[in-house]
Design a protein around this ligand. Structure first.
Ligand code: SAM
Length: 304
């Protein structure tokens, strides 16, 4: 039975709408994996985003009343989230990464790479365990499988002297990346290329290669939650064991790195498959607040 949604006027404050959204999300057993990890954070993201507020501003406005027009908009979005199972980021055309907003739509995966955090913790000037001593010394960065361009943009900020090249095989994804690069005014520093991994780059070499490639194995592809089925299949599909693309990146990266450079690559749950495929490589597995052993670093000298 389809239950009727709340009517505008039945709920009064922003907090009322948040509570209602959380109840609906719980009841519908939604999956939260697109920038938020629980129903409350998802509801805060949706409710504030719809009213052109930042999620951090929710507490300050929790007791504020909403207008009739705003109420209709909020109820519509809550309903859409439940009925379509689209990630909230697609409903708002917006996602935050490391506190920065990026435009997204269904032409790209909703960004959630752990590499964003690792750029801050292991590469910025304040890192306790820097993998590259001086971020200012990095002059060329490559972001393979760039999607929305979010990692290329974060890398351009961390490596403030670097030019960044970003590659994706999807024309649609590159259109979204171009919008984000323009929104950040980084057209002079980030070049976008369409192609298959290293193919559009000739024999260029980089001080750092970052990549969050497709890495979902065949079993994972057959059990993607409804939310992920709104995202491009090309962004997930890593072949039978998940590492078809990772294998190629690791095998070819050495020919595109400067001697002091390195590769930073996310592989999701494929750590074992990667270690089996490259038993001789000394991979350094890096953890983040929400992940363990999903991203590795390997230096150029070990990839020759
Ligand atoms: C997991 S998404 C990552 C997007 C973005 N870097 C992020 O972290 O949000 C993987 C991306 O790889 C792209 N891709 C898939 N196969 C590729 C290939 N052979 N060469 C280049 N890009 C590819 C997809 O189009 C998709 O945008």
């Amino acid at each position: 039975m389809v239950k009727p949604a709340a009517k505008p006027g039945e709920l009064v404050t922003l907090l009322d709408y948040l509570r209602y959204a959380v109840s609906r999300f719980n009841e519908a057993e939604l999956v939260f994996a697109h920038g938020t990890t629980d129903p409350v954070a998802e509801a805060v993201f949706l409710v504030t985003g719809a009213l052109h507020l930042e999620p951090e501003q929710f507490d300050g406005f929790a007791q504020a009343r909403v207008t009739r027009t705003e109420a209709a908009k909020l109820l519509g979005l809550i309903e859409q989230r439940v009925r379509t199972r689209k990630p909230a980021a697609y409903l708002l055309n917006k996602i935050y990464m490391r506190g920065l907003p990026f435009y997204v739509d269904e032409r790209v995966i909703v960004p959630r790479s752990f590499i964003g955090e690792i750029l801050d913790t292991h590469f910025s000037g304040e890192s306790e365990m820097p993998l590259i001593d001086d971020p200012g010394s990095v002059s060329r960065v490559l972001d393979l499988c760039t999607g929305s361009g979010c990692l290329a943009i974060l890398a351009a900020q961390t490596f403030y002297n670097a030019s960044v090249e970003a590659v994706d095989i999807s024309k649609d994804a590159l259109a979204v990346a171009a919008k984000n690069v323009a929104d950040y005014g980084l057209e002079d520093r980030i070049a976008l290329h369409r192609g298959n991994l290293f193919a559009p780059l000739g024999d260029a070499r980089y001080d750092l290669i970052i990549s969050n490639p497709p890495y979902v194995d065949a079993e994972g592809m057959s059990s993607l939650p409804p939310e992920c089925r709104h995202e491009p299949k090309l962004a997930f599909d890593g072949g039978r064991d998940g590492i078809d693309i990772v294998r190629r990146i690791v095998s070819e990266a050495g020919a595109h790195l400067t001697p002091q450079g390195g590769l930073l690559c996310e592989v999701g749950r494929c750590r074992e498959a990667v270690e089996d495929a490259f038993p001789m490589l000394p991979l350094l597995w890096l953890d983040t607040e929400d992940s363990e052993g999903e991203v590795f670093w390997v230096g150029a000298q070990d990839l020759r």
